[in-house]
Design a protein around this ligand. Structure first.
Ligand code: SF4
Ligand code: SF4
Length: 278
């Protein structure tokens, strides 16, 4: 089972749901933090890190002694990552998508590949939970290959919970594609509804079953619930706005650990997901 916990916007409580669900399930569960620009699941679960791995992608390296400035490499590159001037060739590694096209097309064999560091993957255990998280190098924009690498640790025999990046752009799509279920965490505000609609459209395009958790459910208005009803989106859990829950969160704690009455509610959430995902 692979469940992505996503949200149309940041700050809705996505990581709270991901970490508390993993902690409630306890056995045979793995949490993969794919929110690589701002990973913070580890702050709640405090895993013991056992392995660190630098992730790099190949980018072109030009041997100007061999280059005849024919421009074929620049012409094939859809991402403008190579520019050929009269007697100069420039590469822009941060634009390169590592397709390898320029290496293949160069008639002078003047292009080889070198590694560009994207970030770090750390793996370990938080109690009985297997834990993997990626962190993007500061200043790096190309997060999808790092997210793919975190997802390569998905274990087919475990319950895999993915903490996806917020939003609806490429990193989110990378984190939610090929999963069994997407759990959207939202809040009943106009901003929450606006971004939820965008995120749900993206999930619909991928044809993945989806359900909602409404956080701070007793604030705001009823429009998220009305939208869910109109779009046949099951509301699988509601978390009210409670001072105690907010305090636990701000102290980096887990609701299910400090308010054990919440554990059955998270287990029930998983049971509902299992029923829908099949
Ligand atoms: S394709 Fe090769 S030879 Fe032509 S400009 Fe690019 S690097 Fe130089
Ligand atoms: S590897 Fe692909 S994306 Fe990167 S510079 Fe070459 S052609 Fe462009």
């Amino acid at each position: 089972m692979i469940i992505s916990i996503a949200s149309g916007k940041g700050g809705t409580g996505k990581t709270t749901v991901a970490t508390n669900l993993a902690f409630s399930l306890e056995n045979n569960v793995q949490l993969l933090d794919c929110d690589v620009e701002e990973p913070n699941s580890h702050l709640f679960l405090n895993p013991e890190i056992q392995d660190k791995e630098t992730v790099s992608v190949p980018v072109p390296k030009i041997d100007e002694k061999k280059c005849n400035y024919c421009k074929k490499c620049a012409e094939i590159c859809r991402f403008n990552a190579i520019a050929v001037l009269k007697n100069t060739i420039l590469t822009f590694p941060e634009l390169c998508h590592s397709c390898g096209g320029c290496v293949i097309i160069c008639p002078e064999k003047a292009i080889s590949e070198t590694g560009r560091e994207l970030g770090l993957i750390q793996r370990g255990r938080a109690g009985k939970i297997d834990f993997v998280y990626g962190s993007l190098r500061i200043g790096e924009a190309m997060s999808p290959p790092l997210i793919e690498k975190v997802k390569s640790y998905i274990h087919p025999d475990k319950i895999n919970i993915i903490d996806a990046p917020p939003g609806t752009s490429c990193p989110v799509i990378t984190a939610i594609k090929n999963v069994d279920f997407v759990l959207m965490v939202t809040e009943p505000t106009p901003f929450g509804l606006h971004d939820l609609k965008l995120a749900v459209e993206a999930v619909k395009l991928l044809n993945i079953p989806c359900g909602l958790v409404i956080n701070r459910s007793d604030l705001g208005d009823n429009k998220v619930k009305e939208y869910a009803l109109q779009n046949k989106l099951p509301i699988l859990m509601e978390i009210p706005f409670e001072r105690r829950i907010a305090e636990i969160y701000s102290n980096g704690g887990l609701i299910v650990e400090e308010m054990p009455e919440w554990k059955p509610k998270f287990l029930e959430l998983y049971r509902k997901i299992e029923n829908i995902a099949g």
